[in-house]
Design a protein around this ligand. Structure first.
Ligand SMILES: *[C@@H]1O[C@H](CO)[C@@H](O)[C@H](O)[C@H]1NC(C)=O
Ligand SMILES: *[C@@H]1O[C@H](CO)[C@@H](O)[C@H](O)[C@H]1NC(C)=O
Ligand SMILES: *[C@@H]1O[C@H](CO)[C@@H](O)[C@H](O)[C@H]1NC(C)=O
Ligand SMILES: *[C@@H]1O[C@H](CO)[C@@H](O)[C@H](O)[C@H]1NC(C)=O
Ligand SMILES: *[C@@H]1O[C@H](CO)[C@@H](O)[C@H](O)[C@H]1NC(C)=O
Ligand SMILES: *[C@@H]1O[C@H](CO)[C@@H](O)[C@H](O)[C@H]1NC(C)=O
Ligand SMILES: CC(=O)N[C@H]1CO[C@H](CO)[C@@H](O)[C@@H]1O
Length: 862
């Protein structure tokens, strides 16, 4: 190499080094100045700009007298968490390292034991047993956003402390795994074999500043059980390390060789048994003779399919002094790892090993729902500088902010905020009045705003402000109800909008904040507060009563914007505590499904509790089957499609929300029909959720005679199967056109269930069929519904189908019936008797576009 190239190489290395350096973050926790570490050239900064908490404590015996261990930072041993926030680039991978040297051997207290978190994920429990030891924790992450929080908390003895915190960006796809969306990699072992000294290798030898422990640095139960004949070898030749993980050349220049044919080690892996990512690093650094071979297999640990794979480093790496890096993406390892490499019978040399790396998969615990977190940020931004707004880390995990109460769901949701004596003041941030977020500030003289109210605002934050103190109780979304749609169907979940953040008020207030729009697109169509005077105006003083729901009278109304609404007055206000009403509204407005009647708004004033729903133009299913006159003309296919809609609505209540919701009052009068005759279930949710925590609420068996599940009636055990029973009764009504309970119809049998069951058991399904359907129904589809209806009204809940199965049965019947209808239609519309014309394409169009919105869509040929 000539002198010029030599300098070029040096120059390039220096540039590379300095580029990398700029991205390193090295924080000396408790440090009082910024400095450059002479041994590594790394720039350390004091943590004073990162935290205002805790106190600086001088360490008696700093490790090797290193600058960064001269002082540590101690945090209070309370129920709070103390966090450092580090800037990251989203989706980039990083090595995050925290180190801990207590160094106070004379401490009278017991040594500290506390927890270390990365965002919401518990990273490690730090247990100091030896005050002089530096405890090193490393974790490899792919940043999910533009910052990460490192938090200390939950001390069980003494108080949490930290010595250093380091962030090292990784390059390219280093340490990428198939599981990185859901798992971090907590480093359990990174060992440099054949090391020349006891010192670990790190920056600048490793440009990524990983710490490669020397195999000479033996701790208890760490790298013991070494096979006899193990020798250490080294080379000064360059090693080509350009594969995936780029281990430092210096690490690859040393190795151990099993000169008697075997290499073996035993080490303890903290936090195991667990699933791990494991790498072995091999490079042939010995000059092998012409007819020498080095071939070996891994004998331990036992990994099916891997133990007979022969490693031949030169062949695998295609050359000597070149890295071969086999790895296990996912291997299950025990706490005690024994591993051994054994030469094959035909190999002339024993096995060789340069380095290993083992990392444990740590399941990422989701951070607080981002929409909730954004809402909190907005709230905090209203009171910059105040103590309560000065909080760190995730709102809920690992310990919630003092003024926040979180649900225990995953991800956590904010359930309540207590902001006492706050000073929401200043100018409202511009984002609040760009039409996206609107702010109502009546009676709050300290808030200044330009812009107008937007009645369509979807999200309401409310606070009541007293004369002296400010006490805001905010109920953010519903704690109780969370959609548990699987992660991958997030899109679908947001369509259902079951998880939209929103805040609702308890009563009319002097100060409220509305916002919606881009920040929270999913918060669209949330229920909002409607004043009693608006409701009175809309309903013309409750002049047009349109029915009676499960909880009280229902009135027709028309809002100022022309929207037609059904206004429900909750009669039994006493059974709904104040708090409960708010919760229920929160709950209701989070349930969105095309087969559930949407809640538009609510009101709680003058001891009135009112819910405002979308108006359903075609009334209830009850009107259509048991009503009088021209309403009573639903053909079989229309009945089936109504049944399908309603069943899907109930299925969603049972399975789409967590905890699931049991309707408790399924009946034909609670199945409403919109302008297109699509069915939507109403009056759900007001009857409590299927949540055991709430069983203290008075548990009067509610429901309607004729629909009530006898099992529930007998033992008060409410399950989803009670709704299935009631729905079975609805199906029997659809088949027979008869009422659920009637002495005239059923005589001593008294109710539809007994009557239908005895006839169906005799195989006589025609006798229960509504005479209006005669001639216009396919017997197979009738049977399909009769079967599932009878199963649904089984006395024992366990024998009844689940709602999903009911939906499938109805869909089956529709399929059968459509075949029938299609042939029928073709025949009638063409005037030709083509009984086998079921495959004509024009027919299906004919059927699909058939308009049944006028309430009656009987085939023309009838
Ligand atoms: C240390 O460096 C940081 C970041 O460059 C800077 O913000 C801080 O003021 C410095 N602290 C001291 C004590 O110089
Ligand atoms: C990181 O990747 C960039 C671009 O791929 C490369 O130029 C640089 O040398 C890499 N850094 C290190 C330390 O390997
Ligand atoms: C690893 O494999 C186990 C067993 O097959 C599996 O349960 C686990 O989900 C896999 N992934 C991780 C990251 O543990
Ligand atoms: C190595 O090869 C040479 C000839 O190429 C041969 O004489 C010698 O016996 C071989 N040694 C071994 C150990 O096989
Ligand atoms: C292996 O190395 C030889 C020479 O070093 C080279 O010609 C060949 O292309 C390499 N093969 C592969 C697959 O990299
Ligand atoms: C509000 O502040 C006053 C005066 O500082 C204090 O007495 C009162 O307890 C505070 N109220 C709450 C709810 O914290
Ligand atoms: C081949 C080689 O580089 N051997 C070296 C291994 O390490 C020892 C101790 O540092 C050196 O003395 C050897 O020269």
């Amino acid at each position: 190499m000539d002198l010029f190239s030599y300098f070029l190489v040096i120059f390039l290395q220096l540039t590379l080094v300095s580029c990398q350096l700029k991205e390193f973050v090295s924080i000396d926790c408790g440090g009082i100045s910024n400095y450059t570490d002479p041994s590594t050239g790394l720039a350390w900064i004091s943590d004073t700009g990162f935290t205002t908490h805790g106190k600086v404590v001088k360490v008696d015996t700093p490790k090797d007298n290193m600058l960064q261990y001269q002082r540590r930072r101690d945090f209070p041993a309370d129920r709070k968490k103390y966090c450092y926030t580090l800037q990251t680039t989203a989706r980039r991978r990083y090595l995050v390292r925290a180190t801990f040297q207590y160094g106070d051997s004379n401490s009278e207290d017991s040594y500290p034991k506390f927890q270390l978190y990365l965002d919401s994920t518990m990273w490690s429990t730090i247990t100091v047993l030896d005050s002089s030891r530096v405890y090193v924790e490393e974790i490899i992450i792919r940043a999910t956003s533009t910052s990460i929080h490192l938090c200390l908390c939950c001390a069980t003895t003494s108080s949490p402390f930290i010595s250093t915190l380091e962030l090292r960006p990784l390059n390219l796809s280093m340490y990428a795994t198939d599981y990185e969306d859901d798992f971090f990699l907590k480093v359990a072992a990174r060992v440099n074999f054949g090391a020349l000294s006891k010192d670990a290798i790190r920056y600048p030898d490793d440009p990524y500043d990983r710490i490669w422990d020397s195999d000479l640095d033996r701790r208890q139960n760490y790298l013991v059980g070494v096979a006899p004949g193990t020798e250490r070898i080294n080379t000064s030749k360059n090693i080509d390390i350009r594969t995936h993980e780029f281990p430092p050349v210096k690490v690859m220049q040393t190795a151990v060789v099993g000169t008697r044919g075997q290499l073996s080690y035993r080490l303890n892996l903290e936090g195991f048994p667990a699933n791990a990512r494991a790498y072995a690093y091999f490079a042939e650094i010995e000059d092998l003779g012409k007819n020498d071979t080095r071939k070996f297999t891994m004998q331990q640990p036992r990994v099916p399919g891997y133990n007979n794979i022969i490693v031949n480093i030169i062949e695998n790496a295609n050359g000597s002094n070149t890295l071969y890096e086999p790895s296990y993406m996912n291997i299950s390892l025990d706490f005690v790892l024994s591993f051994s490499l054994v030469k094959t019978l035909d190999s002339t040399r024993g096995p060789l090993l340069n380095a290993i790396e083992i990392s444990k998969y740590v399941q990422i615990v989701p951070k607080t729902e981002s929409k909730d977190a954004i809402t909190l940020d907005i709230l905090r931004s209203l009171s910059p500088g105040s103590d309560w707004a000065h909080v760190e880390g995730d709102p809920c995990n690992p310990a919630p902010w003092e003024w926040v109460i979180c649900s225990s769901s995953t991800p956590p949701r904010i359930t309540k905020l207590y902001v006492q004596n706050n000073s929401l003041s200043g100018e409202i941030p511009p984002t609040f009045h760009t039409g996206k977020i609107v702010f109502k500030y009546d009676g709050n003289s300290q808030l200044v705003q330009r812009g107008h109210h937007n009645r369509n605002s979807k999200l309401i934050i409310w606070a009541s402000i007293g004369a002296v103190s400010v006490f805001a109780v905010l109920l953010l979304g519903s704690l109780l109800l969370l959609c548990n749609a699987p992660r991958k169907s997030y899109q679908e979940k947001s369509n259902n909008r079951c998880n939209s953040a929103h805040v609702i008020s308890k009563r009319s207030s002097s100060y409220s904040l509305f916002h919606g729009g881009s920040l929270m697109d999913e918060a669209l169509d949330m229920a909002y507060y409607i004043t009693l005077s608006d409701i009175e105006e809309a309903t013309q003083n409750f002049s047009k009563k349109i029915g009676k729901g499960s909880f009280g009278p229902v009135y027709y109304g028309k809002m100022k914007d022309g929207k037609e609404v059904a206004v429900k007055i909750l009669a039994d206000a006493s059974s709904h505590g104040n708090h409960q009403f708010v919760n229920e509204v929160a709950l209701l407005s989070r349930i969105h499904h095309r087969n559930l009647v949407p809640l538009i708004g609510y009101c709680e004033e003058a001891h009135q509790r009112i819910l405002v729903y979308e108006y359903m133009h075609n009334g209830s299913l009850q009107d259509h089957i048991h009503g009088s006159g021209n309403q009573k003309c639903l053909d079989w296919l229309s009945r089936l499609s109504i049944a399908e809609d309603a069943a899907k609505g109930l299925e969603y209540l049972h399975t789409g929300c967590n905890p699931s919701i049991i309707h408790r009052d399924v009946k034909t009068s609670n199945i409403l029909l919109d302008i297109n005759m699509r069915a939507k279930v109403s009056d759900f949710g007001l009857s409590r959720q299927a949540d055991e925590n709430l069983t203290h609420v008075s548990s009067v068996a509610c429901g309607t005679v004729g629909y009530l599940d006898p099992e529930y009636y007998a033992n008060q055990q409410l399950t989803e199967k009670s709704d299935v029973y009631s729905f079975g009764v609805v199906l029997l009504e659809l088949i027979s056109g008869r009422k659920p309970v009637s002495i005239e119809d059923y005589g001593t049998e008294w109710n539809i269930v007994h009557w239908a069951r005895s006839l169906i058991r005799k195989g006589d399904v025609m006798s229960i069929m509504d005479p209006l359907l005669a001639g216009n129904i396919k017997i197979e589809s009738l049977w399909r519904i009769a079967e599932v209806a009878i199963l649904s009204v089984e006395p024992h809940g366990a024998c009844r189908p689940r709602m999903q199965e009911v939906v499938l049965a109805i869909q089956d019947a529709i399929k059968i019936e459509k075949e029938n209808q299609r042939t029928y239609k073709v025949c009638s519309s063409s005037g030709t008797m083509w009984f086998s014309g079921k495959s004509l394409p024009s027919c299906s169009l004919d059927i699909d576009s058939s308009d049944i919105s006028n309430g009656c869509a009987l085939p023309s040929a009838r």
